[in-house]
Design a binder for this molecule. Structure first.
Ligand SMILES: [Zn+2]
Length: 416
């Protein structure tokens, strides 16, 4: 049966549907501009629901406007297996980011339907609301609420640049699709799979088609504030100044020296610097700068954090220097069982594969908190994404979908 189902994966339909969804965009956009909870988002949802209903799937939503398309299994009370991603885009988005996850999952349901295959568990295709966070910040909103990491109240008052709120956006989508039933958040899920374009060039460079994602690098961010004293730059001798920028540059230099070494996995960035009063003739009185630290191993992430703290505390004993922690996202390691089953699927189908790290954030980050989660990466041309030039070879769309199909098939069956 599995062989027949995989043979039914239809590349022409998959390619055509990527093209059709790409037309749900604002008129002026060169690529795809489909912001969360917009008219374009509604149009894309309508298309997906129409395709799903043609194969007897039923659409559901929840109070955070996540969209689920359910293919009922033999035992409807068992927790469903879910696969998908998101359909919102950056303002300069392409055809594949997020959409590939949704359409490959829908294509698997098409293959099931064509072969009249009813899995033991039900299968659901999901589109998480506002993954990109470009209209409403931050991103991964729908998945963070669904997983219980945030509450609905945490997000509904967030507004876009025009003052339009998430609450109004959810209502807008709801009124356009009034017949879609609303379900509760966080119902039990057997496992979650998210196919996605890599958004980095490593699979392409290695000439490998499937990346079974090991996990996501952890991230810590900080703000450093150095306070000095404003003075006249023509009258006050250097020895008598309390120059906040001079001190900040010394700290930055020491931070770079402490953190940069031959560890290629560490990412350390000082990307934002605010100098006050930022005037050519005034000694800087205050400097605030950002630190963004990322690493795929938790022990290393913690180690580099301790180096940063050591540098800052060396200065803070003498000067007015303050380190404020902002974000602390731990390293995520996906379950080895799912990683192995993705690698196994690729091997069975004669498709090259490797394990890989996700350098970007995805909804899987939040699903991982509530259910076994895995990600399947396929290459995108030169690693380019968030750009109208985003491109994926059709063979890779096909292979990624077949690997998903194989992996899902096994997850959807009760072990007998
Ligand atoms: Zn994405």
């Amino acid at each position: 049966m599995l062989e027949k189902i995989i043979e039914s994966v239809n590349l022409a339909r998959l390619v055509e549907r990527h093209d059709l969804l790409a037309k749900c965009t604002t008129e002026s956009s060169l690529g795809v501009n489909r912001q969360a909870l917009s008219l374009e988002d509604i149009n894309a949802r309508k298309l997906l629901i129409q395709w799903a209903e043609m194969i007897d799937m039923q659409a559901f939503t929840d109070a955070a406007s996540n969209l689920f398309l359910r293919y009922e299994g033999k035992f409807p009370d068992l927790p469903p297996v879910i696969a998908g991603s998101h359909i919102d885009s950056q303002p300069t988005g392409g055809k594949y980011d997020g959409v590939f996850g949704v359409l490959s999952a829908l294509e698997v349901a098409e293959s099931f339907h064509k072969n009249q295959f009813k899995p033991d568990h039900s299968f659901e295709v999901v589109c998480w609301m506002n993954e990109e966070g470009s209209r409403f910040a931050p991103g991964m909103m729908g998945s963070s609420v669904f997983s219980g990491y945030k509450s609905l109240n945490d997000i509904i008052d967030i507004v876009d640049d025009d003052g339009f709120s998430i609450a109004s956006g959810i209502e807008y989508v709801r009124s356009a699709l009034p017949s879609v039933p609303i379900r509760e958040f966080g119902f039990p899920i057997k496992c979650y799979l998210e196919p996605h374009i890599e958004q980095a060039p490593f699979l392409e460079r290695a000439d490998v088609v499937i990346g079974a994602v090991k996990g996501m690098q952890g991230k810590k961010t900080f703000a450093v504030t150095v306070t000095g004293r404003a003075d006249h730059v023509g009258t006050v001798p250097l020895s008598e100044r309390d120059d906040a920028l001079l001190c900040a540059t010394q700290i930055m230099h020491q931070l770079y020296s402490a953190v940069i070494n031959d560890d290629e996995d560490v990412k350390f960035t000082i990307g934002k610097l605010i100098v006050e009063p930022n005037a050519p003739s005034v000694v800087p009185s205050k400097v605030t700068f950002s630190i963004d630290l990322r690493h795929p191993r938790q022990s290393s992430l913690d180690h580099y954090e301790s180096l940063i703290i050591a540098v800052i505390s060396k200065y803070s004993s003498k000067k007015s220097v303050k380190l404020t922690p902002l974000v602390d996202d731990p390293v995520i390691e996906f379950p080895t069982e799912l990683i192995s089953s993705i690698i196994f699927a690729a091997k069975e189908l004669g498709i090259s594969s490797t394990t890989i790290l996700s350098l970007a954030g995805h909804d899987s980050k939040f699903l991982h908190k509530i259910t076994p989660t895995g990600m399947i990466f396929i290459p995108c041309s030169e690693g380019i994404s968030h750009n109208p030039a985003e491109a994926v070879h059709p063979d890779h769309l096909f292979d990624g979908t077949r690997v998903l199909c194989h992996t899902l098939y096994h997850q959807l069956q009760l072990s007998r």
